[in-house]
Design a binder for this molecule. Structure first.
Ligand code: FAD
Length: 297
């Protein structure tokens, strides 16, 4: 399949990239790893006249550990994120999810920024970042703004980004809790190299006394037009002791299912996706509770 001719630009700094974007507006698309974009161009879903390569911008590929937050540059690759000790310790759920994206070849070229900006409802990095209350930094040639990631996705394949804007970085706030744990589960049709039929991220913390669950966050991908949080399910488990929370997990799982609006497509029926949400909320919740309350052995 041939791609329509386009003019190719490359930028070495963020400022340069933003100036080029401002100049070409809707005529230009940015390319990072290209694992989503090149396919869309080959399928003629996106036919840009100009393409701006971001991969030469060195200061967008980093993971910075700061006292109150972790900052991830938009060009950080999934393989780097999945294996980074700070992410594995502080944001395990994101390490797990990025480690499950595609094959190792894909993870070595594909970026977290591309995963979020492509805005697939099933993007694997989205549920962990929603569950961790991450923020995103969006830049244009005039200024930068900081937004909760929950406001970023506007529909399947669409985000708040304007054509002259870049996603610059992702900020994960560090929690002050004595103890926290989180987990991600994903179901695919083919083992490994496939988008999630359903992805579930579960996060929980212990309160000051160390006896009750707080800051529960459940986020899901592949079951609504955008990745979503299951707020009512989270409320079912908040402020409970281990014994009460464990008993309440089936109710929370049902509440999570009620928050979904899955579609039936060639890969799975809506009913099947709902069943998987029920099972995966139970499994991730049980795993996280057992870690938090030291019940693993
Ligand atoms: C075989 C295969 C398996 C895959 N498996 C999975 C999977 O298991 N899970 C999953 O979630 N995804 C999967 N994907 C999809 C894809 O690999 C990911 O979404 C990837 O993270 C996209 O990143 P990229 O750098 O390649 O983005 P690109 O293709 O370069 O860009 C994607 C989109 O984002 C825009 N963009 C990129 N960076 C920025 C930025 N910083 N600011 C503004 N806009 C930007 C581009 O203009 C484009 O519209 C798979 C793809 C393939 C081909």
């Amino acid at each position: 399949m041939r791609i329509r001719p386009f003019e190719y630009h490359t930028a070495e700094t963020i400022k340069e990239a933003l100036t080029i974007l401002e100049k070409y507006g809707t005529e230009i698309k940015v390319i990072a790893g290209g694992t989503d974009l090149l396919l869309a161009m080959k399928q003629k879903k996106i036919l840009p006249h100009h393409l701006l390569n971001l991969l030469e911008i060195n200061d967008l590929d980093y993971i910075n550990d700061e006292p109150s937050e972790i900052r991830i540059g938009a060009l950080a690759k999934h393989s780097y994120i999945a294996s980074h000790p700070i992410i594995r310790n502080e944001a395990t759920v994101l390490a797990e999810a990025t480690g499950m994206i595609g094959s190792w070849q894909i993870r070595n070229v594909a970026t977290i920024g591309g995963n979020l900006c492509n805005a697939s409802p099933a993007a694997d990095s989205a549920p962990p970042l929603l569950a961790l209350n991450a923020k995103i930094v969006i830049a244009d040639s005039k200024n930068e703004k900081n937004l909760p990631i929950s406001s970023f996705f506007t529909g399947p394949g669409t985000t708040l980004l304007e054509p002259d804007q870049l996603l610059k970085e992702i900020i994960i706030p560090k929690t002050k809790s004595r103890r926290k744990a989180n987990a991600y589960l994903k179901l695919t049709r083919r083992r490994g190299v496939d988008l999630a039929l359903v992805g579930v991220a579960f996060h929980g913390e212990l309160d000051e006394s160390g006896e009750k669950l707080k800051n529960v966050a459940i986020a899901m991908g592949g079951v609504a037009p955008t990745p979503i949080r299951a707020l009512e399910a989270e409320a079912e488990l908040t402020d409970l002791s281990y014994e009460k929370a464990i008993k309440k997990i089936p109710i929370a799982a049902k509440a999570a299912v009620a928050a979904t609006q899955p579609i039936t497509d060639i890969r799975a029926t809506a009913e099947y996706r709902k069943d998987i949400v029920d099972v995966y909320v139970r499994r991730t919740a049980t795993k996280v509770l057992n870690i938090l309350f030291n019940k693993d052995g």
